[in-house]
Design a binder for this molecule. Structure first.
Ligand code: ZN
Length: 302
């Protein structure tokens, strides 16, 4: 990823003291959870881990759950120690975790931990109330909860449950991301609008949507199977003393897919993870970033 290369170049050219907190600080420890997903999580996790670590800000471990239908004893061994990490990144969409893991995660976030939810991770755990509170909106039926959209004046519109569409998406396409809060640490300094590489555009996400702050939206074009309104794409929610960042970007069906290598996805993932971990963002906006008309995609393996 380009952030690190640029940061490294600045450091080579400047006295050590000017290298700034990005390189001077101890890396923040992140834990990606994967192991079950309706997407190819084995293809998704490596580029996310690489992009996060390339910033120089993170050291990333991966906890892989047992596979679907694993024996109960196998699940007994799944004991992620969230307390060792500054934030947890979910790349998981599968069967329920054991209650003790759910309780550990809730307590971890309540006590100040960070949670990052990527793409189909927000499809998971429909019957876990605290999870729904943490993610705000998830991939659910339209009777499950409210829906949030943003109108042309920038005002958030709440549609009650039972009205409007359920969760879905049209065919994949490249689309423009519109920043709705340019002062939030995650989005500050990024272009106000930028082109995201070919991806699914989630619409009709449903949930309690309590304390939800929308950072970015995308226009869901009816001509492309969408809803004709601005759908939330990036958002944050405070939970106890902790912070939750959700990005619905990042669909992967195969190694050549571009969404997860979009520099806009990678940058907002890294900045979202830093914010979830610390409440602040020191990672710079990279010089090479998608423009309102042009996508920017890292090569495979970066
Ligand atoms: Zn997808």
């Amino acid at each position: 990823m380009l952030i690190s290369r640029r940061a490294a170049m600045i450091c080579l050219a400047a006295p050590f003291a000017l290298c700034g907190p990005v390189n001077a600080a101890e890396p923040l420890r992140l834990l990606i959870i994967d192991g079950q997903n309706n997407h190819d999580w084995k293809v998704m996790t490596p580029p996310m881990k690489a992009a996060l670590e390339a910033t120089g800000r993170f050291k990333v471990d991966v906890a892989t759950t047992p596979p679907a239908k694993a024996a109960k004893e196998t699940w007994e061994a799944f004991k992620p120690d969230f307390s060792k990490y500054a934030a947890v990144v979910s790349n998981y969409n599968g069967q329920s975790w054991p209650d003790r893991v759910n309780k550990d995660l809730v307590n971890y976030v309540k006590n100040g931990g960070g949670l990052v939810v990527v793409h189909a991770a927000n499809n998971a755990f429909e019957s876990w109330p605290e999870w729904n509170d943490m993610i705000g909106l998830g991939w659910r039926g339209n009777k499950f909860g409210d829906r949030l959209t943003v109108d042309d004046k920038g005002e958030v519109v709440r549609t009650p449950k039972g009205e409007g569409p359920a969760s879905g998406h049209g065919p994949q396409h490249a689309y423009k991301i519109v920043i709705r809060d340019a002062e939030h640490p995650i989005t500050k300094g990024l272009p106000a609008e930028w082109m995201h590489a070919k991806d699914e555009l989630y619409h009709g996400q449903r949930g309690p949507a309590k304390d939800m702050h929308i950072l970015a939206t995308a226009y869901s074009d009816k001509g492309k199977g969408g809803t004709g309104t601005n759908e939330p794409i990036l958002w944050v929610i405070p939970y106890g003393k902790g912070r939750v960042f959700t990005t619905v970007l990042g669909h992967v069906g195969g190694a050549q897919d571009v969404a997860i290598r979009c520099l806009g996805f990678q940058t907002t993932l890294a900045r979202g993870a830093e914010w979830a971990a610390t409440g602040k963002v020191t990672l710079p906006a990279p010089a090479e970033f998608p423009t309102p008309t042009e996508e920017k995609v890292a090569p495979v393996g970066k």
